[in-house]
Design a protein around this ligand. Sequence first.
Ligand SMILES: [Zn+2]
Length: 320
Amino acid sequence: MNVRIVTLSLALLALAGAGPALAASCAHPETALGVSRVIEIDTSGGPIFGSATKREKEHDLLAENEVVLTFDDGPVPWVTTPILDTLDQYCTKATFFAVGEMAISHPAAMKDVIARGHTVGTHTWSHPNNLKRLTFDKAKDQIERGFAAVTLGAGTGIAPFFRFPGLNDSDELLAYLQSRGIASFTVDVISNDSFIGSPQSIADRTLKQVTARRGGILLFHDLKRPTAKALPAILAGLKAKGFKVVHMRAKTDIVPLATLDAELQPLLAKAPAAALVPFYGQIPPAVTVDGLAPAQTDIAPPARSRIPDADASQQASKKP
Ligand SMILES: [Zn+2]
């Protein structure tokens, strides 16, 4: 069954009911942040988005005062679930860069992310902090195993979206991602929620940075409770300051390597029985603050020449 087609059909059915019905589907329309625009990305050229890389990257993903919400390192049910609840409360959508081991250990949480209409990409199998320190084959396995595991945990297709742990990319690995038609995402605004323990400080810092930069790709982690606690203040602050949330989707799903899928199946079977819920529920469509269907922008960045440069890689690896 093609879940994507079902998803779109449900969304279209919901949209056919016009604005008020959709507005009513938002629990708190008065505080709704909504989704102002959907960007559907054709990743076949292996594009790079976000400013935190020295590599050649795409421009113009976002206009001024637009933001993309992203969450790395999960799913962790006791953090991911309250984050999903808050995103629902503000009727907005995010992208989750899940870790393979986490997704296969917490498949219900991973399915919940999908069921609530968010985009899921990956962030390696086990989150080694710097893929450049691994052999090319091991780094490649981390990437591929991550996609295979998150797809299994999600129980449906996921986006060919990838984020390097620690944002430590390399020409060689980016060329590999490009060969697989995978887009790489860095960030523009770092919440620093990995290091800040106070929800208020996370919110203050994020809002200050996003205001200074006038939007961008925001980085959070669905790993620690303070992030979940900070999120309502962050979303309320974004709304008060007039920022618009853009939701990214992929034109096509990743096709995981079949050998890894077979290897990982037994691990999924070991996940707690309570977590093995089937794919369920109607997917809430992305809506604007007025409860209307957001406009969609399709982008298909052309492939770039990314021939690994040995000298450049060596130079880069010497840096701290
Ligand atoms: Zn991470």
